[in-house]
Design a protein around this ligand. Structure first.
Ligand code: C5P
Length: 237
């Protein structure tokens, strides 16, 4: 198997507050994207990292990768992204060379995923699983609601049994062919697949969950940045 990681990093990060695109914001003095690239390249199985940059930001992201020390056994590519995460991932997958057989898709917004988690996903794909997702049990009970206007009370429709739910993370790992088929199939693409594995599920292909890691959380809101800085400080101590 030859394995590549695609990192969608074209989001604006509106929920994080005003400032640079989310992937370019600093964590411990280094852009989140660089942490994410290093996290993928830390796995010896990953021979290529494709970064999907903001549509007008590819040259800047290329410079950023050149400026930072990255493992030399890994190749790096930068391609421009699209309007949605799904579109950005599709562009990253289209840029993969023909000899890549396994693909990880990893959010730039999960900069601190440990290499053990990356390796566990890669191993499951290499062992023959078409789609592999790291996930963790939920701390909160989850309710399905009838959405209403902002601040209005929302009627509860259902309460799924918490023990059956998993909060999923990235990197999600795929057999290259199945990921490409998912991105090329209208039924799978549809509206609102918020992760690639969801698109594979719509194809009817099996998706499995392996244990995720609490440090693979997504930096979305300002509080997540505080947590990420604390995790990094603990690692460096
Ligand atoms: O917004 P959210 O946190 O779900 O974004 C997840 C990942 O998808 C981020 O790394 C973000 O940069 C990326 N993304 C993208 N292109 C978009 C929107 C989001 O690459 N148009």
């Amino acid at each position: 198997h030859r394995t590549a990681a695609v990192i969608p990093a074209a989001g604006r990060g509106v929920r994080l507050g005003p400032g640079a695109p989310k992937a370019l914001r600093a964590l411990g003095g280094t852009p989140m994207l660089i942490h994410a690239v290093r996290a993928m390249a830390a796995s010896r199985a990953v021979s290529l990292v494709v970064v999907v940059a903001p549509p007008d930001g590819a040259p800047g992201v290329k410079n950023l990768l050149d400026e930072h020390a990255l493992p030399e056994r890994t190749d790096y590519l930068v391609v421009p992204g699209g309007e949605t995460r799904q579109e950005s991932v599709r562009r990253g997958v289209e840029a993969l060379p023909g000899d890549i057989t396994a693909v990880l898709v990893h959010d730039a917004a999960r900069p601190l995923v440990p290499v053990e988690t990356v390796d566990a996903v890669v191993e499951a794909v290499h062992a023959g699983a078409p789609a592999v997702v790291p996930g963790l049990p939920l701390a909160d009970t989850v309710k399905e609601v009838e959405p209403r206007g902002k601040g209005e009370p929302e009627p509860v429709v259902a309460t799924p049994e918490r023990s059956l739910l998993r909060a999923v993370q990235t990197p999600q790992g795929f057999d290259r062919e199945i990921l490409q088929r998912a991105h090329g199939t209208v039924a799978a693409v549809g509206e609102g697949a918020t992760d690639c594995a969801g698109m594979v599920e719509r194809l009817g292909a099996p998706v499995v969950i392996v244990p995720g890691h609490e440090e693979a959380f997504k930096v979305t809101r300002p509080l997540d940045l505080v947590l990420a800085e604390a995790v990094l400080a603990r690692r460096r101590a």
